[in-house]
Design a protein around this ligand. Structure first.
Ligand SMILES: [Zn+2]
Length: 392
C-alpha cells in the first residue's frame, strides 16, 4: 500500500536533484565555493577593486622608472613633477595603504635605503635620504643623523559620510622591524620632534636605544611607556649651542634645540633641532612646527625670525604644510630647503597633503620659496640628494 507513495516521493526527490544540479551548472563557479574575498575598499565591487590594484601597480611602475631616471634636483624637471603628481593620485585612494602594489613600492624603497646606508661612504658634503612622512637621514663623512624616522602608518582614518570616522588597520604597510634595526645600526643618533604617532615610532626608538645610540626628544614623547625614561631630554633654548655625545662618546656633536610647538589652538612640544657636523655644515629639522591661528598667534616667530642672526644654516628640512613657510625659511636663511610630511597616509584624503601642494586651500606659500631665492628640492620615499655646500 505504501509502495506507490514511496515511488512518487522518490521521483519528486529525483526531480529536485536534477533541477538543483542544472541550476548550479549555470551559476558562477564561486557560488559553490567559499564566500568572495573582501575587497580592499569595502565600497567597491570585486571587479572595480581589482582594477584599482592594477591601476596602482601600473602607475607606481611608471613613477618608479621616472624617479630612477630623474633623481631629486633643482630646478625640478617637468617629468619628475608629473611622476610625483601621479604618486599623489595613487596615494589619495583612501585605501591605498592596504593595496599590495603600494606596499611593495614602499618596501622596495625602504630596503634600498637600508642597503645604501650599509654601502655608502660620504667623502664630501652630505647625503640626505627621504624616509616615510617627515623622516630624513643625513650622512656626512663623520656622522649619520636620523630625524623622525618612522616605519610607516599601521592604520589610517576614513571619514565615512554614513558611518562617521573609523580607523582602518593596514598592518602590511609599515616596513618590518628588522629593517628599522638595520637602519638604526647605520645611524648615530635619532631626533624625534614631538610625541605624535606619525613622528615618534617606538620600534625605531627602541632599535636605536638597544644599540646604545641616543634618542633625543621632548620630555612628553613616549609618555606611559618605559622608553620615555631612556630618551635624552635636552634643554629647549633658542640659539644656544649644546653638546651631545654620539658614537659611544667618541664624537661630540654641537646642536641647538629650539623651543618649538605644534600650536594649533593648544601647544604640543616640538623640538626644532639645528645640528652642526664636524665638517662645518648644519642641518635643521622643524618637525611639525606651526603657529596657528596665524597671524594672531606667532609666539615662536620671536626666535624663528632670528635664527640666521645667530647661526649659518645649510639645509632646512621643513614640513610642507606649516603656515608662512616663506617667513620661517627667511628666519633660518638656509642654502637648501627639503620639504617633508607629504602624503601622511594615516590622515584622511584632504589632509594627506599632496606633492602638488593644494596650496590655495591650505593657504601655503611653500612654492614661493624658489622665487625668494631658496632652492626647493622635493623628494619622495627612499630617494637621496647629495648636498654640496660649494655647489648650492
Ligand atoms: Zn605630523
Amino acid at each position: 500500500m505504501n509502495y506507490p507513495i514511496s515511488r512518487r516521493f522518490l521521483s519528486v526527490r529525483l526531480m529536485i536533484m536534477i533541477l538543483a544540479s542544472a541550476l548550479l551548472s549555470v551559476l558562477p563557479a564561486n557560488s559553490q565555493e567559499a564566500p568572495p574575498m573582501p575587497t580592499t575598499d569595502p565600497g567597491l565591487s570585486q571587479d572595480d577593486d581589482a582594477y584599482m590594484n592594477r591601476q596602482a601597480d601600473a602607475f607606481l611602475k611608471e613613477v618608479n622608472s621616472v624617479l630612477l631616471a630623474v633623481p631629486p634636483q633643482y630646478p625640478e624637471p617637468d617629468n619628475r613633477r608629473l611622476a610625483l603628481r601621479l604618486l599623489d593620485a595613487v596615494l589619495h585612494d583612501i585605501y591605498a595603504p592596504n593595496r599590495v602594489p603600494l606596499q611593495n613600492f614602499y618596501h622596495e624603497r625602504m630596503e634600498r635605503v637600508a642597503a645604501e646606508l650599509e654601502s655608502t661612504q660620504v667623502q664630501e658634503g652630505g647625503a640626505i635620504w627621504k624616509m616615510y612622512n617627515h623622516g630624513f637621514i643625513v650622512r656626512t663623512a663623520s656622522v649619520t643623523l636620523a630625524f623622525d624616522v618612522h616605519r610607516g602608518a599601521s592604520r589610517f582614518r576614513v571619514d565615512d559620510p554614513q558611518q562617521g570616522r573609523t580607523a582602518v588597520q593596514c598592518p602590511g604597510f609599515p616596513m618590518p622591524d628588522s629593517w628599522a634595526e638595520r637602519i638604526a645600526r647605520q645611524c648615530d643618533v635619532l631626533f624625534i620632534s614631538h610625541k605624535h604617532g606619525d613622528h615618534a615610532d617606538p620600534a625605531v626608538a627602541q632599535a636605536f636605544l638597544a644599540l646604545g645610540k641616543p634618542v633625543v626628544a621632548p620630555v612628553d614623547v613616549f609618555e606611559g611607556n618605559e622608553l620615555q625614561a631612556k630618551v635624552t631630554h635636552l634643554e629647549r633654548i633658542a640659539h644656544e649651542k649644546q653638546t651631545l655625545h654620539v658614537k659611544d662618546g667618541s664624537l661630540e656633536l654641537s646642536l641647538v634645540v629650539y623651543p618649538g610647538q605644534q600650536y594649533q589652538g593648544e601647544g604640543t612640544l616640538n623640538n626644532v633641532v639645528l645640528v652642526f657636523t664636524p665638517e662645518g655644515m648644519s642641518f635643521a629639522h622643524n618637525g611639525d612646527e606651526i603657529n596657528d591661528p596665524y597671524p594672531d598667534y606667532q609666539e615662536d616667530f620671536k626666535w624663528i625670525d632670528a635664527v640666521h642672526e645667530h647661526h649659518k644654516v645649510d639645509v632646512l628640512m621643513t614640513n610642507c604644510w606649516s603656515n608662512d613657510i616663506l617667513r620661517q625659511t627667511r628666519g633660518f636663511d638656509p642654502k637648501l630647503v627639503l620639504p617633508g610630511h607629504q602624503n601622511e597616509l594615516g590622515h584622511p584624503i584632504w589632509d594627506r597633503v599632496p606633492y602638488w601642494g593644494d596650496a590655495e586651500q591650505l593657504k601655503l606659500n611653500l612654492f614661493d620659496l624658489p622665487d625668494a631665492g631658496y632652492p626647493l628640492v622635493v623628494m619622495t620615499w627612499g630617494e637621496t640628494y647629495r648636498y654640496s655646500p660649494k655647489a648650492e
